[in-house]
Design a protein around this ligand. Sequence first.
Ligand SMILES: [Cu+2]
Length: 416
Amino acid sequence: MYKLVFHVIGFGLLALQISAIPTHSQNDILKNRESLSTLSAASSSTAVAKIQLGKLAEIALGVTNENIIHKTAASKHQKCTKDKLRVRRNWRSFSVPQRKKYINSVLCLQGKPARTPAHLAPGAKTRYDDYVATHINQTLGIHFTGTFLAWHRYFIYEFEQALRNECGYVGDYPYWDWGADADAMEKSPVFDGTDTSMSGNGAYIPNEADIILSLGDYAPVILPPGSGGGCVTSGPFKNYKLHLGPAALSLPGGNMSIAPNPLNYNPRCLKRDLTSALLQSYANYTSIVSLILNNQDVWDFEMVMQGVPGSGAIGVHGGGHYSMGGDPGRDVYVSPGDPAFWLHHGMIDRVWWIWQNLDLERRQNAISGTGTFLNEPPSANTTLETLVDIGYANGGPIAMKELMSTTAGPFCYVYV
Ligand SMILES: [Cu+2]
């Protein structure tokens, strides 16, 4: 932990010395130092860990702001300046009209025709499906790989661009604060089933069996069923139809549902099985803060986030996905088919952003891993030059190096 404290403070003082524009006062930096000293380890109290996460996010915001001002002063070519900076916000902080505008723009995308040629993905009917098809196609090259974090950063950003450019959305990009829902997902403003949520639980199916996640020769991970299980019955997405998949859908009792061609047209309802116990186990405030504080190396960070195979844990990433449950919540390939996906991955990106900004010098461009799922089959290491491509969803091939900072390359945003 000593290293972390040194680097953050070091960066702050350095910026203060060389920047002509006074941004953060000596007082702010002393305050940061004070708060960092209380951040040497995640508190086992989730209430305290919540405060810790808030402080970490504040530090990340301070570092990002300083950095932009510094880069703007140093180069006329800096594209992301303070006046252009967008904020991404907790769904809880959205007003009712703001929530409705976001939801309407997602519904709009679900009503526009697909760009993916029918011979490539016959089931992709809408612009929304373009994103699901891309994720299905690339799943084995974007999870447990060196591209995982940056690919998903780019993917959700381009989804946001589609909402703005094709559906007139002008609001902020939302994230889902997992920790706040670890006690009762059903009461979450993200999942409460009101017309300002991402729709609610699925219809209750009694006596559901456990979910068994198998991965190669590793011991299976057993997850409890949730409080729903059937089709979503309320909220803005109750009439929404999934068109693609399933590709690897874990069913209660241990079976898996796999369509012969997951890209074929297979219309069906959105199912959910809200499982607060999974957030409680894997994505509570203590788990989030320890993910950020306990992993210095990007390999450890991204593996713990996704759940180290064989450890029995599924990480905050798996915790969020499987807590939605149902279909496609339990299908790694088709997961963007659940409209809550975008808020979940907003939080994933926020956690990465916080982690990066606590030691920018070492973490800004840190990449580890190959181009294939757990390096199976073996492939080359991902580098800053590796190209990622999200197919017909949006945007052309782009190098990893463009995706490492939220205020460089195509990006210009922070989380508040
Ligand atoms: Cu994914």
